[in-house]
Design a protein around this ligand. Structure first.
Ligand code: SF4
Length: 915
């Protein structure tokens, strides 16, 4: 039933909250400035406002989440799979308002953006599927529902037959089709001339000349030569300073090689967001989006993609809880429009998970590896399966270090034809990525998760979870296999279950695993140096107590039973593949293979290392590893208990599983050498960190310095008169430095507690100075969202932990000042102690710290026109760390007042309001 279209806005105030005040625009257009207390009172009097990001607004007001017309929800519905910065200006810009010229108050801008969003919802650009979703959401109680339906000219009919119908979006997605397997890789070399001409073609004839970029492309061809001996890859370590243009520099030879040899080159970077940045650079190689879609694939782990079966199960819950239709409707809108189903860094707006909850968004991925493959009704439309198939036929696969390493360890990269050429961009992270990929944890949380993976959801909280029985029962054809399944599930029943942690804290464990974790907890609390630490406690194995030995033996026996049963299951599945080779359908074959592989790696490999860790408690840890007990804490609350095993040198498994089977590997970054003053020592350290020292054929080294004049573009100050232990002084320093710079400032901290403390002390002053302040671990916003906001606003300030430094790639004015609260020395953990002994004590610490400083400093100048200042508030920074900064950049040690004056002088045009 249709009626006349009309764009109606809710008769509601539009509210924008800053750190200390609120701009309140009444429905009649009167703009008021309120204190937070008054805002809270008005909200209590049942006024449902229009806001942008309700959870962050509530957090700023210090109140519980409240009902609101959240414009971001409307955006997610009206413009699914499109990205916008989740601020009033960000939304306004995304809907086409000219925010630079229209210097209006934010509530007015937000109201206009709302109007424009509603006006964009018309039947001409909305298919009937989307209208059905809007109706379902309205039935779920969506506040925007009546306004959206009004814009669509649709009458809201309360008697729809089934609220779920509109949400079943999978039915209209395209199916993928199986292609013939790709041919075996060719082995034709790429020469320097080919790489240079490809680069020139990518850049276009009007591009400025960058000789170092062409030299880089030429050097990179050394990894694209045929290999002459098994397990002796061409291993190139290439340092290219910022501004060289290394991404296009390596894409040139890589794309030539892929075309000549009809085999993909895998480009791996550190974060999922960086994957998308590389993808953007590839538009110069493949300007036609259709061709690019064929030639370039972004690959991530399964846990990143929407699982349609999970979505279907979520849709079913709507029949019981109608209000769920709102969130699921937004997810359905996105699922229908997304390019590839990627929920992490793709076209899914990161802020939506903060808005409606991680569980209902990111929780819809195949996070636990519970896929049932061809038994799934959505298999032929599955985003994950589609991406795996596309990668086989692409020229360039853009992956991340974690995926490459985990899959290489499992023999799974590239499916049946493993890659032979890799490029590791952000190569300074290879060490950390390997450390994380090849470590093992036998903790309460891990063991409970493993139980859930095997037995599915149990007890009161029977959520969405498909246990092993559901996943494989129909594949088991013998009585012995079925009984092995029952035995495995029964043994898994001895692992920790819901509320395990509370029982361990109360000393009332159930089952051998919980008994063991109680013993670990007692051991940690008995021997840890500082049991009040808010971050976590850890102790080494040393001499185990009788209690620990007994508990470990009992748990080991349970794990052995489990391992034995799963082994039988794997053998049965593999035997079917062999015995029925001539009769199995492809889909069933793939399913058998995938499940056998998952059981092998997710279960048997894990159980094997867990048992070995338990045995090492009594015997001793193999010398290549370091083991320890821990109690993990967040904000002083225990959240996990367990054992940990890390490789002392994680590049050993990296080289074994990734580099040795490959024919050519490039490890590249702007920060591979650390500036100790001895260039040969720097390269040796770089080779240690990338694993090159474990190769029989020496690594090839290449270096291209940055073309930027850092001496002119930057300043580095060490402030000498702020006591780093005095939080008042540190906060005052941040405040004055940020205000002097007029924003565009990033504050980095080596401890979350100090970050929060500084945030509390400076937020009011910055607000008065007209500077927006955002903070990791404080605002109700996730990290990618915070960085997007910071990047988009020229004069914002952002506080984050030291680890944030790498994710902040912000060219231009938005980042012009970096302030570190302390020297980012490595944390003195048991793992660090072992590595110090192995890699060389003080030199290792200093080299690691210089690299961190170098990476942070490197954020300041991303393009030739950027200028920036780096400030260290820790006067104890030794001059030996000065090599972190480029030659010629002077490190000036002065007091705070002089530093503030120097900033004002360096940025004379900065917009500064006085406090
Ligand atoms: S095939 Fe697996 S991952 Fe894909 S939708 Fe089905 S269950 Fe989910």
């Amino acid at each position: 039933m249709k009626s006349k279209h009309s764009i109606r806005l809710p008769h509601a105030p539009t509210v924008v909250v800053t750190a200390i005040t609120t701009a309140w625009l009444t429905a009649d257009g009167e703009l008021e400035n309120l204190h937070h207390d008054e805002t809270v009172q008005r909200l209590k009097s049942n006024k449902i406002p229009i806001v942008c990001h309700a959870p962050a607004t509530a957090r700023r007001l210090g109140i519980e989440p409240f009902h609101a017309f959240d414009v971001l929800e409307l955006f997610a519905f009206a413009a699914p799979a499109q990205i916008c910065i989740p601020t009033p200006r960000g939304v306004a810009k995304a809907v086409g308002l000219d925010v630079l010229e229209v210097q209006e108050d934010e509530p007015i801008l937000l109201r206009k953006a709302t109007q424009r969003l509603l006006a964009s919802i018309t039947t001409s650009n909305f298919q009937s599927d989307s209208i059905a979703i809007a109706i379902s959401m309205t039935h779920g109680g969506w506040l925007w529902g009546e306004y959206v339906l009004s814009a669509l000219g649709v009458d809201f009919d309360l008697s729809i037959p089934n609220i779920q119908t509109g949400l079943q979006v999978w039915e209209s997605l395209d199916e993928w089709s199986e292609d013939a397997p790709p041919p075996p890789p060719g082995d034709l070399a790429v020469d320097a001339g080919e790489a240079r001409s490809r680069l020139a073609a990518m850049l276009g004839k009007d591009a400025e000349e960058r000789p170092s970029q062409a030299d880089y492309a030429s050097a990179a061809t050394q990894a694209f030569q045929p290999r002459h001996d098994g397990e002796e890859p061409h291993f190139l370590i290439a340092e290219a300073g910022t501004g060289v243009g290394k991404t296009k520099g390596y894409i040139a030879p890589a794309s030539v090689w892929a075309e000549k040899n009809e085999t993909p080159v895998w480009i791996s970077t550190y974060t999922r967001n960086l994957q998308h940045q590389i993808d953007q650079e590839l538009s110069s190689l493949y300007p036609d989006p259709a061709i690019k879609r064929d030639k370039v694939v972004i690959r991530k782990g399964r846990e990143n993609y929407l699982c349609l079966l999970n979505l279907e199960e979520a849709v079913r819950t709507v029949s019981v809880r109608q209000e769920e239709a709102i969130v699921i409707g937004l997810m359905a809108r996105w699922a229908a429009e997304t390019r590839d189903g990627d929920l992490n860094g793709g076209d899914f707006p990161a802020w939506l998970s903060d808005l409606v909850g991680r569980h209902r968004t990111l929780g819809l991925t195949d996070r636990r590896g519970e896929c049932i493959y061809s038994a799934c009704p959505h298999y032929s439309r599955c985003f994950i399966e589609r991406s795996i198939r596309c990668a086989r036929h692409a020229n360039l696969v853009i992956a991340n270090h974690a995926l490459v390493m985990i899959q290489a360890a499992r023999g799974q990269v590239g499916g049946r034809s493993p890659p032979v050429r890799y490029i590791f961009d952000e190569g300074h992270h290879v060490f950390d990525a390997a450390d994380s990929a090849f470590s093992t944890h036998l903790s309460g949380l891990e063991a409970a998760e493993f139980r859930r993976w095997l037995r599915g959801a149990e007890g009161r909280h029977r959520g969405r979870s498909r246990g092993l029985k559901f996943r494989i029962e129909d594949l088991l054809e013998s009585e012995s296999a079925r009984s092995a399944l029952e035995n495995a599930l029964s043994a898994a029943g001895e692992l920790p279950r819901d509320s395990w942690h509370q029982r361990c804290v109360d000393g009332m464990p159930q089952g051998p695993a919980e008994v063991f974790f109680v013993a670990v907890r007692r051991e940690v609390y008995a021997r840890a140096a500082n049991t009040d630490s808010i971050y976590g406690l850890e102790v080494g194995y040393d001499v185990p107590t009788e209690r620990m030995i007994t508990a470990a033996a009992s748990l080991e026996s349970t794990l052995t039973k489990l391992e034995r049963s799963i082994n039988i299951l794997v053998k049965h599945l593999l035997a079917r593949l062999d015995d029925e080779a001539d009769s199995l359908e492809t889909a069933t074959r793939l399913r058998l293979e995938s499940i056998a592989r998952a059981l092998q790696h997710r279960a048997l490999d894990t159980l094997n290392v867990w048992r070995s860790m338990l045995v090492s408690l009594v015997n001793s840890t193999p010398e290549e590893f370091v083991d320890w007990y821990s109690v993990k804490r967040i904000d002083g609350h225990d959240i996990d208990i367990g054992l940990h095993r890390h490789w002392i040198d994680p590049t050993i498994p990296f080289v074994k599983s990734v580099a040795l089977p490959a024919h050519g590997v490039i490890v590249t970054s702007a920060t591979l050498t650390d500036g100790s003053g001895d260039i040969e020592m720097d390269w040796q350290a770089a080779e240690e960190r990338t694993g090159a020292t474990h190769l029989t054929r020496p690594a090839i080294r290449a270096t291209m310095p940055s073309p930027f004049e850092y001496k002119l573009l930057t300043r580095v100050f060490v402030v000498t008169d702020v006591r780093r232990d005095d939080q008042l002084q540190v906060a005052a320093a941040y405040r004055e430095l940020f205000i002097a710079c007029g924003g565009g400032a990033l504050g980095l901290f080596t401890a979350i507690s100090r970050l929060r403390n500084v945030h509390t002390r400076i937020s009011g002053a910055l607000d008065k100075a007209g500077l927006s302040l955002y903070a990791q671990h404080v605002d109700g916003l996730n990290l990618p969202t915070l960085i997007d906001i910071f990047r988009a606003a020229e004069n914002a300030c952002l506080l984050g932990t030291d680890a944030m430094r790498d994710g902040v790639d912000v060219p231009g004015q938005s980042l012009r000042l970096i302030v570190f609260d302390r020297v980012p020395w490595p944390r003195p953990t048991i793992l660090h102690r072992a590595r110090r002994h192995y890699f060389g004590s003080r030199a290792f610490d200093e080299s690691t710290t210089r690299l961190k400083l170098k990476q942070a400093y490197g954020r300041l100048v991303r393009q030739g026109t950027d200028r920036g200042i780096f400030v260290m508030l820790d006067s104890m920074m030794p001059s030996r760390l000065g090599g972190a900064f480029p030659p010629g950049v002077e490190i000036t040690r002065i007091g705070l007042a002089e530093t503030v004056a120097a900033i004002r002088e360096f940025f004379p045009d900065a917009r500064r309001n006085t406090t």
